[in-house]
Design a protein around this ligand. Structure first.
Ligand code: FES
Length: 260
């Protein structure tokens, strides 16, 4: 990528550690690239997965989220929650086509002005090498943006939010039957839900544009036909889509709109 590419980078800093680290870097006159726009929030645990999607939908080339070191969060486990939510958002956005290097979660304390500057410099250099959003990703713009919007809908849904919210409960204390899950089992469950939710919202987005048969949806969205049928029938049962006649021998489905 050319040297004159000036990346648009968002840097979230928690109030108590990384923002104070940014302050220290400033008063210590430590030099680092000025491409990061700092957003100050109380805790990295406040970064909602849908806002991470929003950053890229609105054209950010990179998003660096900086919190306290583990064990130092002023809200006890806010940065552990942040890690879980950011991991989930990362997986969904990469599944949608985002280059994995465009999103990073890291930590810097109030005493680490140099570390703050180094993290910003490394991230800036990485994004500068990748180039603008859509240039080193699985899809170019505007197709990537459309797919990121679908990922955002999946991340806003109750299924993923519920599982990620219960992740530490299920891996430590277990569910109400006392079954404790391994990280691997929970991560596999989350990955499965991400794939299901992405497929479901892709189908809804396609049917919002025009009615379609299952075989056409499967081809357009590159989802295996048996899975497409399963998702369409599930949407039909939940009242989101309905049959809209038959073309040839294929039932056509159309989107009915949000159900209360
Ligand atoms: S207060 Fe810094 S990560 Fe929670």
């Amino acid at each position: 990528m050319t040297e004159d590419f000036y990346p648009r980078i968002l840097v979230f800093c928690c109030n108590w550690c990384s923002y104070a680290g940014a302050d220290l870097a400033g008063v210590s006159r430590i030099q680092y690239p000025a491409t990061g726009r700092i957003i100050r929030g109380m805790c990295s645990g406040r970064v909602d997965p849908t806002l991470i999607a929003d950053a890229f939908i609105y054209g950010a080339d990179g998003f660096l989220i900086l919190g306290c070191h583990f064990g130092d969060c002023h809200y006890i486990d806010g940065n552990y929650k942040a890690q879980e939510k950011i991991d989930m958002a990362h997986e969904a956005l990469v599944y949608a086509g985002l280059n994995p290097d465009r999103l990073e979660f890291n930590q810097a304390s109030a005493a680490e002005g140099q570390r703050f500057a180094d993290l910003n410099t490394e991230f800036h250099e990485r994004i500068q090498k990748l180039g603008p959003l859509g240039s080193a990703d699985k899809y170019p713009l505007p197709e990537l943006t459309e797919r990121l919007k679908i990922a955002q809908k999946a991340l806003a849904g109750p299924k993923l939010r519920w599982v990620v919210g219960k992740k530490s409960v299920f891996t430590n204390g277990g569910n109400k039957y006392g079954e404790v899950f391994t990280q691997h089992e929970i991560n596999r469950t989350l990955s499965g839900i991400i794939i299901d939710e992405m497929a479901t919202h892709s189908i809804i987005a396609a049917l919002e544009k025009k009615p379609a048969a299952v075989k056409d949806l499967a081809k357009e969205l590159e989802i295996p036909p048996p899975d497409t049928l399963k998702y369409v029938l599930a949407l039909n049962r939940r009242g989101f889509v309905e049959m809209d006649g038959v073309e040839g021998t294929s039932p056509m489905y159309k989107y009915k709109g949000e159900q209360s």
